[in-house]
Design a protein around this ligand. Structure first.
Ligand SMILES: [Zn+2]
Length: 273
């Protein structure tokens, strides 16, 4: 919807000029949205900084080869590209279980909440409950609005992505995490995708892993299972890329992240080893 001019009739049909009717309300809503967007950007960066604390160095060294199926480990972590580093840390923060049994995002909320603004607190609290990273099928799109379906639970979501669908075609799979930002869902970080030729047997692989996990943990939810096994999606992508003879993980949009986040991602190469 394009905004009416101050002296144009309001879009609501009241017959009043826009400035006398919905203008103020719209301006407030816009201001609120930009506060929330800034808060989400801050939390994204602050989680990355938090994850790079020296006290997590040992967890980092254990998590790297698990996520990358030994493609990267503590000895060559600095070779991760920026999107790879961003995706790895996203998983490390949201899904990985640290040696003490906690997730990094839990620790972050416990330790940092008091120092955050009201908007930042809301984002952090919401993201604590974000679903595990998983594969979503692109069902439909309209500009920046994407209709996605969880490949495993078949739940559907409408997602806002500033870069739109990038180079992903209908029916292809996006490897990502959805996080709420105010009234909509966004990707938590730079996403990867599985081109149609590389989807192959991923559903069967995850199905078999879930069956084995449920045999050991009969009470586990799908989210719990995915938190413990979402790295298998990356392993699949690595294997398929190798079979196709192309670089490891295809990118949805390598240039998506903002400059400040990119700077932090560059610094990750120098993470304490
Ligand atoms: Zn109006």
């Amino acid at each position: 919807m394009s905004k009416p001019g101050r002296n144009d009739p309001c879009y609501c049909g009241s017959g009043l000029k826009y400035k006398k009717c919905h203008m103020k309300e719209d301006q407030e809503a816009e201001k609120e949205r930009s506060h929330v967007q800034r808060a989400a950007g801050f939390i994204r960066r602050d989680l990355l900084k938090f994850a790079r604390d020296e006290r997590f160095a040992e967890d980092f060294a254990n998590a790297l080869p698990l996520y990358w199926n030994e493609y990267y480990d503590a000895s060559n972590a600095e070779q991760m590209s920026q999107p790879e580093a961003l995706r790895f840390f996203d998983w490390f923060v949201f899904d990985y279980t640290l040696a003490d049994g906690q997730r990094l995002i839990n620790l972050y909320v416990d330790e940092q909440m008091a120092d955050l603004s009201v908007h930042q607190q809301k984002i952090a609290a919401d993201w604590l409950h974000a679903e595990a990273g998983t594969l979503y099928e692109l069902m439909a799109y309209d500009g920046q609005k994407l209709q996605l379906r969880d490949t495993f639970t078949e739940e559907t979501f409408e997602v806002y992505e500033a870069g739109g669908r990038g180079n992903v075609e209908l029916g292809e799979l996006i490897l990502t995490r959805l996080v709420p930002v105010a009234d909509r869902l966004e990707f938590s970080t730079t996403s990867a995708y599985l081109p149609s030729a590389e989807i192959t047997d991923i559903k069967e692989k995850i199905g078999a892993a879930k069956e084995a996990y449920l045999a050991e943990h009969p009470e586990a939810s799908h989210t719990e299972f995915m938190r413990r096994h979402s790295h298998l999606l990356v392993h699949h992508a690595l294997l398929e890329a190798k079979n196709q003879g192309r670089p490891p993980v295809a990118r949805l949009d390598a240039d998506r992240s903002d400059k400040k986040t990119q700077k932090i991602a560059q610094g990750m190469a120098r993470f304490k080893r």
